[in-house]
Design a protein around this ligand. Structure first.
Ligand code: 1BN
Ligand code: ZN
Length: 337
């Protein structure tokens, strides 16, 4: 068909305008269902409360493939702010300030606290586990945990990776979960305290927070609700190699690997197998399926681990995003089981 020149020009202008009119409500609807998330502050200092989101990147449901894509830059900014408090061993001032900071960033979530006094070889210390609950439609919960305390006995140890990376990552996961309707299990984010030993790692000098919480959940019946316990520890290393852990539950480790494959991140997972003692152990002993996502190859031969070399320059936002996306995708796969 031959279209006259004047009509062709009219059509060229009218068709895009018509398409915009048709698509605008869809785009607005999509924006409308984005949850509001607080940005990471520029520096540690004044504490932000729940601030309306200006950034639209890294929100659940906004990516066309519907796979999780957390906001890596914001996660990294949280880690910077956590590390800026300085060394955060149990009982010190920076540790208290970090607890206040976490509380300020978790407005809008249902918070629970597990507070107690731990008897350690160096005396009594207050321990505070923090739990943020994000409800789902299905009965039961998937726990995603980390620890926020740092090693006491190494002077000047700021734990950017060991303590900092997981703490910042879980704050970003809270942004992803806040306000998002979950058709699957509830997700409980847990910041565990007192993971590190005070003098030397042993059954009684380590895992103070996780041992207490697992026992409490066993006593009050909460363990029966927990479908899986996923731990993130030392997951910020720019050279990310998450180890397969023999103390974790094999089928849950397999599910983590399936999630990693789906996201194209499998090269960062399970090249090596270790048996790791970490915060997942007390929950495994309580009968909960567990998976520890830990990269225990931090620097050549793990030389940065528990040294003053555990600093921000060794980390990468991409590693936080890889771990965060795999955790969320594993939770989604658990929903389907
Ligand atoms: C992880 C980070 N851990 C302590 N800080 C637990 C652990 C202890 C892992 C010994 C492996 C060996
Ligand atoms: Zn440590």
């Amino acid at each position: 068909m031959i279209v006259p020149d004047s009509r062709r020009k009219w059509l060229a202008a009218a068709v895009p305008a018509l398409l915009m009119l048709l698509l605008a409500p869809l785009a607005l609807k999509r924006l409308g269902r984005l949850p509001q998330t607080p940005p990471a502050t520029q520096a540690a200092g004044p504490l932000p409360t729940a601030v309306p989101a200006s950034a639209t990147a890294g929100q659940p449901g906004e990516h066309p493939d519907e796979l999780p894509h957390i906001n890596a830059a914001r996660a990294m900014q949280y880690v910077r702010e956590v590390v800026a408090f300085g060394p955060r061993p149990i009982g010190n001032e920076a540790h208290k300030k970090l607890e206040t900071y976490l509380g300020a960033h978790l407005k809008g979530a249902t918070l629970e606290h597990d507070d107690f006094t731990a008897a350690t070889p160096d005396g009594n210390f207050p321990i505070h586990n923090i739990i943020a609950k994000f409800p789902g439609a299905k009965p039961g919960a998937v726990v995603i945990a980390t620890h926020y305390d740092t090693l006491m006995r190494v002077k000047g140890f700021v734990g950017a990776n060991d303590g900092g990376s997981g703490t910042g990552l879980l704050l970003e996961l809270a942004n992803q979960l806040r306000g998002a309707k979950r058709s699957g299990y509830s997700v409980w984010l847990v910041w565990l305290d007192g993971e590190e030993s005070v003098r030397q790692w042993s059954q009684t000098d380590s895992l103070y927070g996780s041992r207490h919480l697992a026992e409490k959940w066993q006593k009050d019946g909460t363990v029966k609700e927990v479908k899986a316990f996923l731990l993130a520890d030392m997951i910020g290393d720019a050279d990310l190699n998450i180890d397969r852990d023999q103390n974790s539950t094999p089928w849950l480790e397999d599910l983590v690997f399936q999630a990693a494959i789906q996201l194209g991140y499998q090269s960062h997972f399970f090249a090596r197998t270790l048996a790791v003692q970490d915060d997942h152990i007390p929950f495994a002993k309580a009968g909960v399926p567990v998976a520890d996502l830990i990269d225990f190859d931090y620097g050549y031969n793990n030389v940065f681990w528990h040294t003053t070399q555990d600093t921000l320059d060794k980390l990468s936002p991409k590693s936080l995003a890889i771990t965060g996306d795999v955790l969320l995708e594993t939770a989604r796969l658990l929903d389907q089981k």
